[in-house]
Ligand binder design. Structure first.
Ligand SMILES: [Ca+2]
Ligand SMILES: [Ca+2]
Ligand SMILES: [Ca+2]
Length: 299
């Protein structure tokens, strides 16, 4: 059923199906909601063997929401009471190839399933964490291999099924912060290979953080008061040069102050250090830093 399946006494996925409809997109103010599903799942996915079972989706990070703060999950079939302990994971994929087997765990938390067998999303706050390129968001819990199918799948979004993955093992204990090695999981399935294809009702929410480049000093309109927008373009160029060539003593000059006099940029920027600028003056150091960063491009 799947070329990625490996042995170890594990068997195929089981599922139950129903019907679906409806469309849902939610964008809270200043937040980016990452969702592949259309808001309504109709298939519950789980293994036919006892395991810790993980399911999730790969998303593309948006410049407007790279700081992930929440993982949201709507569950398939789990016990009504007591609620099932679950683990939530945020993985950063260094290769950005939609295959999370080499992804690195960057944030995790635990919680309870609650609300089984519904399309109601439960929100789990995580430590706000920056992602770039693609990232993998997943949940896991212990299943009995008989009645529990915790992964809620949306078959209507099956065109994106290559982004949905499941992992499992007989003893799949992921005691945070021990890093789970996804590639070593004895059971791995990409949902484009499943009998029922689709994406999981697993989402993430992220907010804006300026983390692209020290040369990102304005939005694309070149408004000096706009602040960074995680894009490098003519707007940044215009603001820098307008500020750099403003008259001495004009406070607007400081828009070009991104580095110290040695061209060193402080903090998280590429090539930055804790001892760099801004330093309250605009000079050749800023000029060098801006050009170096501008032509390096956004991270
Ligand atoms: Ca990868
Ligand atoms: Ca910009
Ligand atoms: Ca400076």
């Amino acid at each position: 059923m799947n070329s990625r399946l490996t042995s170890s006494g594990l068997h195929s996925l089981a599922f139950s199906a129903a019907i679906v409809s409806s469309l849902l997109t939610s964008h809270a103010a200043a937040q980016v909601v990452y969702a592949l599903d259309d808001g309504t799942g109709s298939v519950n996915i789980g293994p036919t063997f006892p395991a810790e079972f993980m399911w999730g989706n790969v998303f593309d990070a948006s410049p407007a929401g790279r700081l992930i703060n929440t993982i949201s999950v709507a569950y398939g079939s789990l016990p009504t009471s007591p609620a099932t302990p679950v683990r939530l994971y945020l993985f950063e994929d260094p290769t950005d190839d939609l295959d999370p087997r080499d992804a690195v765990l960057v944030a995790t938390t635990t919680g309870l399933s609650d609300q089984p067998r519904t399309n109601v999303f439960i929100n789990y706050p995580i430590t706000p964490t920056i992602v770039r390129g693609t990232f993998f968001v997943a949940a896991s819990c212990q299943v009995d291999g008989v009645s529990l199918r915790p992964g809620r799948l949306d078959p209507q979004t099956n065109s994106q099924a290559a982004r949905a993955w499941v992992f499992g093992a007989n003893t799949f204990t992921f005691p945070a912060p021990t890093l789970p090695d996804l590639a070593a999981s004895p059971y791995i399935l990409n949902m484009s290979q499943n009998i029922v294809r689709g994406t999981f009702l697993v989402r993430a929410t992220g907010s804006f953080i300026a983390d692209c480049s020290p040369a990102d000093i304005a939005n694309t309109d070149g408004d000096p008061n706009s602040g960074p927008d995680n894009q490098l373009d003519n707007g940044d160029f215009t603001v820098f040069f307008t500020a750099f060539f403003a008259e001495q003593g004009d406070p607007a000059r400081l828009a070009a102050d991104i580095a110290n006099t040695d061209g060193v940029v402080a903090s998280m920027w590429p090539g930055g250090s804790s001892t760099g600028g801004p330093d309250g003056q605009v000079d050749n150091g800023d000029f060098q830093a801006f050009f170096g960063a501008f032509f390096t491009g956004c991270r």
